[in-house]
Ligand binder design. Structure first.
Ligand SMILES: [Zn+2]
Ligand SMILES: [Zn+2]
Length: 168
């Protein structure tokens, strides 16, 4: 599947590069966004949609044995693809549902976007969703260390959170 749900474990909420720069009042997040635009153009990295605004999403890989969540990439996504990534927030929390309403969107429309991009049926979505939520529940019971070393690959002059710390 091109577009998947990727829920961040509750125990790792806030451990993002975006939050790190926000807390440190650094403009480095914008430097990273610009670099990603330079490398990939102004379009959704997943579905190719060419109309902004685009939101930079942090992609993570989880090492279940060592309990490390490792940043493996940052790409710009359209609003719909990005909402699928954080489907739990947008469709199962009060704040998310309110925001969704403000954007004149519904859960059904998000599911339709998922099925369009993946060329699949609603039952495939349901299967994928159940699997992701189950995984999320398990991951939310583990403590995660966060590895941000990927950022060095961008060759930018940005401040770095310490690698392998679980908070900053
Ligand atoms: Zn998209
Ligand atoms: Zn995101």
């Amino acid at each position: 599947m091109k577009l998947t749900i990727d829920l961040v474990p509750q125990t790792a909420w806030g451990n993002s590069l975006y939050n790190f720069y926000k807390q440190n009042k650094a403009w480095d997040w914008h430097k990273i966004k610009q670099k990603v635009f330079d490398l990939e153009g102004k379009k959704c990295w997943i579905c190719g949609h060419a109309e902004g605004p685009f939101e930079a999403h942090e992609f993570w890989r989880y090492n279940h044995k060592e309990k490390i969540q490792k940043l493996v990439g940052i790409h710009h996504l359209c609003g719909n693809c990005h909402k699928i990534k954080h489907f739990g927030f947008w469709t199962e929390t009060e704040t998310g549902l309110e925001k969704l309403k403000k954007e004149n969107l519904t859960k059904i429309e998000l599911i339709m976007h998922f099925c369009d991009v993946n060329n699949c049926l609603e039952k495939d979505f349901k299967e994928h969703k159940d699997k992701s939520f189950k995984l999320h529940a398990w991951r939310s019971q583990q403590e995660w260390k966060t590895d941000f070393s990927w950022i060095e690959k961008l060759n930018l002059n940005v401040i770095m959170p310490n690698t392998n710390l679980n908070s900053f």
